[in-house]
Design a binder for this molecule. Sequence first.
Ligand code: SF4
Ligand code: SF4
Length: 228
Amino acid sequence: MIKVKRKKFDEIIDCIDRYNNILNVGCGGCASVCLGGGQKEVGILNEELRLYYEKKGEKKDIDAYTVERACNEKCFLDLPNVIEKGNYDAIITMCCSAGTQLIAEKFNKIPVYPAVDTIAIGIDRDIGLYEEKCRACGHCVIGYTGGICPITRCAKSLFNGPCGGTNKGMCEVNPNIPCAWYEIYNRLKEQNRLEDIKKIHPPVDWKNQIQRTVVQYGYEERYVNMDV
Ligand code: SF4
Ligand code: SF4
């Protein structure tokens, strides 16, 4: 899932300081699950903002609203009503940057500011502890690398074996982190398929350097006229 993390308080203040009537939009999907931007986190941020402005002797109205999922407009059908009724000067979002961009697109007359940073596609190691696992490169090779992503795990995102700096199983860029290719080697060895490490892969075609549109298998006909 996508992992988000709240921005520093000062950065949020810098975004909203000039507005008086603000809506904070949270997301009940990934942002909520990673404890970065669900209903609870929206409430906490709003309370901190309220106390901050109260201390300064300034009056600001900051409302809260959490949508089911911010990355699909069918999951926030009631948001237009909320925004119209509230007549807000600005929106802050605690959704991932994809959801934030969809909200900015739908309500393009109102300034939209993310109150969280979108950090990673990752897994949960524990409550509030996440580990990045994928950078959405667009051509997954982990079937050949023992289920370990060389793009995310290797500091140089190497596709074909370790660099010359791997040292006693640790990465030369950060000696506290195991070398990804050392781990890949061990995993493949354990599975008796070391021949996979010898397969040379062409250089990464960085498909994530341009915006991509994804049409799922089975849905091609539906979008046949789209240039994707
Ligand atoms: S190879 Fe690409 S798609 Fe696969 S896990 Fe790594 S970054 Fe993600
Ligand atoms: S030491 Fe290993 S993980 Fe680090 S950059 Fe080199 S190959 Fe990648």
